[in-house]
Ligand binder design. Structure first.
Ligand code: ZN
Length: 84
């Protein structure tokens, strides 16, 4: 009963997809949050628990995962999911 596991870009831990937030970049280069985990494109994952979300900006987790700039509004949307 292997459930899909993905790696958090901050703590580099493999987790169940349900425990992670997915950010996706479509083939057109458009970024969005992907609550369903089903949007096409390249995805990067961050733990839902606040620690990794808070550290995300400091470690440039999304920029490293996507090898480029990530729009401010997408990063703000992730932060808003991290609680306070
Ligand atoms: Zn994490």
């Amino acid at each position: 009963m292997a459930r899909p596991q993905r790696m958090c870009v901050v703590c580099r831990t493999m987790k169940d997809k349900a425990e992670l937030i997915r950010v996706v970049r479509s083939k057109d280069g458009e970024f969005s949050l992907d609550p369903t985990g089903k949007m096409p494109g390249r995805g990067a994952y961050v733990c839902r628990d606040g620690d990794c979300i808070r550290r995300l900006e400091k470690v440039k987790g999304l920029e490293r995962a996507f090898k480029g700039a990530v729009p401010r509004d997408v990063k703000d949307a992730v932060q808003s999911l991290g609680g306070e």
